[in-house]
Design a protein around this ligand. Structure first.
Ligand code: GLN
Ligand code: ZN
Length: 757
């Protein structure tokens, strides 16, 4: 009887071996054969982890040297013309990262995760040809090691849906060109072995799809299902429910449906038709998006519910999605508190959970080790339910009875008071918060953390940096100053470290794109703020200047969206707790004399759910919590917020509802395009669009910025505009930042003169 299944496994390596070898190859410090050697070793190790855990369905082709979408583009020969002169690995990495003479392909978020994929570029004139080498090789590679894998592919509909047509038509028009290549691929795969399981990922099915897309499902899967008798096709979705697609797929020759029951609870509604169809169900019940130990008993109950509609022998226990989105293994977490560590489970540990669940579900004989694991699992879950480190009555009481949900006064009233009090001019100049993080600053932070330098020495270094930032800004003529954020290595981690209920890992790396990984902190318990977090630094900075010093905080929604969040409480409750903590910080700041406070919501857009029905709910609580976080601000305290590069069109009303006095946005790359929506909807509050792109070392000329500001003025009046660069100055060098900002100030002066004439 079939038992268990892993949708996909992380590939970066338990010590980020893949990252290291790739980066050394790119720096020309090793040869490509080194990369290949590491890749083989990693694949072997990862397959063995799964085999040893007793996983029956282990994937091949879930590995990639950069990205699976990129691999799929290469498989289909979808190589943009500008890379045509390149070959092999030079071609592959140039597509991902760009080459001297060819711009890299675009990269974007993989659904609602923090993984980013390369966006294929397609056009009607191009011809596509199959290159199945990687897929076939990887299967053979595993087989030679004694592991018979299922093969993972990105499905044709998702591939097209996530690509862009460079010639401007509808991507799905190209299905007729792509599908024959998939058919050919399946024929090749069929010859690999007597019998093959093929997982075709179609996560695009979990979106609110139009009838047109849905109409492609049946012909596509009738065709693929008919290619070879010895291939069993699993259509795999994740991150949400795919009920519309399921209704169609049960009438095609596919063998199984892979569904996520954790992030797509509504998949439960499809069980009846799946049961009737007699198809297998890959039941995603172990969370591939989070780091908590599975609650085995609760999951067994869920599985029994599923089994009421789908025969037990047709159910295969699985991860909810690829384990790529969780860190690798707890084995290297040496510093973590033992009690907290006992609540966690990374990819390797999840394998054991999947394996144990399948044994329990199928009532197979448990070994002594299994019995022990089950017992420990129960203990860990009980400890999480009761630990005083998680449950803080005070915090719960406070969040349940929030008396103040928003600021006093409406925007018109507030801005009048603020303009009078703060006396800033039209086109007021400022920056987004950080200044270049020099090697000395980073070293000072590291040394302090490691106990190499004393608190005094550390503070002295930070204060020196702040002084320098202030001197520079004053000399440059910037009007609203920032302290430069030298004490922060990351805008979320910095606050997490000071809040109770937050945990940090040593090795909790998750691939973000290519060789890049992030190490999100995690929220395990009720959040509170034992003491002020930024007041000392900001008041110090304010004491060094007569100009206005802007306080700098990260907003509740961004803190939430860039952390692993506890799963024993709704996300919006957690977010509310953070909001309350931030509102206390704002109150402390204003009482200490800070007149403008910026609450960054860089990741506000990132948290958007995939389905319309959930988007509304998200917007409601996200706005609610931003407003709670600034509710303590007096009318005269000006609240700024900041959002990074995004399309604001569909969220403009939501942004307006956040009711910040000023919003700065990252827009330089789009001229005044992104700003137009603000004018179109009659947005009242003030806006600071980035006037130059900081993602490049290039120093913008005065003239260029004048032009940019004039473009902005075509859209919004001067009294509604602030002038600032895009965000991210911390990633640049002083030698670039100094002249660029001087040019910005000069440009503002020129424009102001023109306006006064
Ligand atoms: N205040 C932060 C900074 O300037 C904002 C970062 C961001 O937008 N991601 O670094
Ligand atoms: Zn930003």
């Amino acid at each position: 009887m079939s038992k268990n299944y892993v949708v996909g496994f992380p590939r970066i390596g338990e010590q980020r071996e893949l990252k290291k070898v790739l980066e050394s190859f790119w720096a020309q410090e090793c040869s490509f054969s080194e990369v290949e050697k590491t890749a083989s070793k990693l694949k072997q190790k990862h397959w063995n982890y799964q085999k040893e855990a007793g996983i029956e369905y282990i994937s091949s082709n879930d590995f990639s040297l950069y990205d699976n979408m990129l691999d799929t583009a290469v498989m289909l020969g979808a190589i943009p013309q500008r890379f045509a002169h390149l070959k092999d690995e030079a071609l592959y990495f140039a597509m991902a990262r760009g080459a001297q003479d060819a711009l890299a392909m675009e990269m974007t978020k993989w659904f609602n995760t923090n993984y980013h994929y390369i966006v294929p570029e397609l056009s009607l004139q191009d011809s596509y040809t199959l290159n199945a080498t990687k897929i076939l090789q990887e299967y053979k590679e595993a087989k030679a090691l004694g592991i018979k894998t299922k093969i993972n592919l990105i499905g044709p509909i998702t591939f097209l849906g996530l690509s862009k047509r460079v010639d401007g038509g509808d991507v799905y028009e190209l299905l007729g060109k792509i599908l024959p290549l998939y058919v050919e691929l399946l024929k090749n795969i069929a010859q690999l072995d007597e019998h093959i399981t093929l997982q075709i990922d179609e996560p695009i099915f979990v979106k609110d799809n139009e009838v047109k897309l849905l109409s492609l499902i049946k012909p596509t899967y009738d065709m693929l299902g008919g290619v070879a008798d010895n291939i069993d096709i699993v259509v795999q979705t994740y991150f949400e429910h795919s009920n519309e697609a399921t209704k169609i797929l049960v009438h095609t020759p596919v063998w199984a449906l892979g569904l996520d029951f954790l992030h797509g609870e509504q998949n439960l509604e499809s069980l009846e038709i799946i049961g009737q169809s007699g198809k297998k169900l890959i039941a995603g019940v172990v969370d591939g998006r989070n780091i908590w130990k599975n609650d085995i008993e609760a999951t067994l109950t869920l599985l029994e519910t599923i089994a009421q509609k789908v025969k037990k022998e047709n159910i295969i226990i699985a991860s909810s999605c690829s384990l790529l989105h969780t860190p690798f293994t707890l084995a290297y977490e040496e510093k973590m508190d033992a009690e907290i560590k006992n609540w966690l489970s990374y990819a390797v540990e999840k394998l054991d959970e999947i394996s144990l669940l399948s044994k329990l579900f199928l009532k197979q004989n448990l070994t002594i080790l299994d019995e022990k694991q089950l017992e420990l699992n129960k203990e860990a879950n009980t400890s999480r339910k009761t630990s005083s480190r998680i449950h803080d009555k005070e915090v719960q009481k406070r969040t349940q009875h929030i008396d103040k949900l928003q600021r006093d006064g409406d925007y018109e009233e507030r801005i009048k008071i603020q303009k009078e009090l703060l006396g800033y001019k039209d086109l007021c100049t400022t920056t987004i918060g950080s200044f270049p993080q020099t090697p000395e600053v980073r070293k000072a932070r590291r040394d302090f953390k490691n106990g190499v330098i004393s608190q005094e020495a550390y503070e002295w270094k930070m204060k020196t940096y702040i002084n320098d930032c202030i001197t520079f800004q004053e000399e440059c003529g910037i009007e609203v100053l920032v302290h430069g954020e030298p004490e922060r290595n990351d805008m979320v981690e910095y606050f997490g470290e000071q809040l109770s209920g937050y945990g940090f890992s040593q090795n909790g790396w998750v691939q973000s794109y290519g060789s890049r990984c992030v190490k999100p902190p995690f929220i395990y318990g009720d959040i509170s703020r034992p003491q002020a977090m930024t007041v000392d630094w900001i008041t110090y900075a304010q004491s060094k200047t007569d100009k206005i010093m802007k306080g700098m905080l990260t907003g509740p929604v961004t803190i939430l969206n860039w952390s692993f969040v506890r799963d024993d409480m709704p996300r919006d409750e957690v977010s509310k707790q953070i909001a309350v903590a931030i509102s206390d910080e704002i109150d402390d700041l204003q009482n200490a004399g800070i007149k403008i406070i910026q609450v960054d919501e860089a990741a506000f857009k990132e948290g958007y759910p995939l389905r319309e029905a959930k988007i509304k709910i998200y917007e409601q609580w996200a706005v609610r919590d931003f407003k709670i976080s600034v509710s303590s601000a007096k009318k005269e305290t000006q609240i700024h917020t900041h959002m990074c590069y995004s399309e604001f069109n569909d969220i403009i009303r939501t942004i307006e509802a956040m009711d910040a006095d000023v919003i700065s946005i990252e827009t330089a790359r789009s001229g005044n395009e992104l700003l137009k929506i603000f004018a179109e909807v009659g947005y009242k509050q003030e806006v600071g669009p980035g006037v130059y792109d900081i993602h490049s070392p290039r120093i913008p000329s005065v003239q260029e910025i004048v032009h940019q500001i004039e473009q902005l003025l075509e859209v919004l009046p001067a009294h509604q505009l602030w002038i600032n660069p895009d965000c991210g100055l911390k990633t640049r060098k002083w030698a670039e930042v100094r002249p660029s900002l001087a040019h910005m100030v000069e440009a503002v002066n020129i424009v102001r003169q023109k306006l006064n004439k």
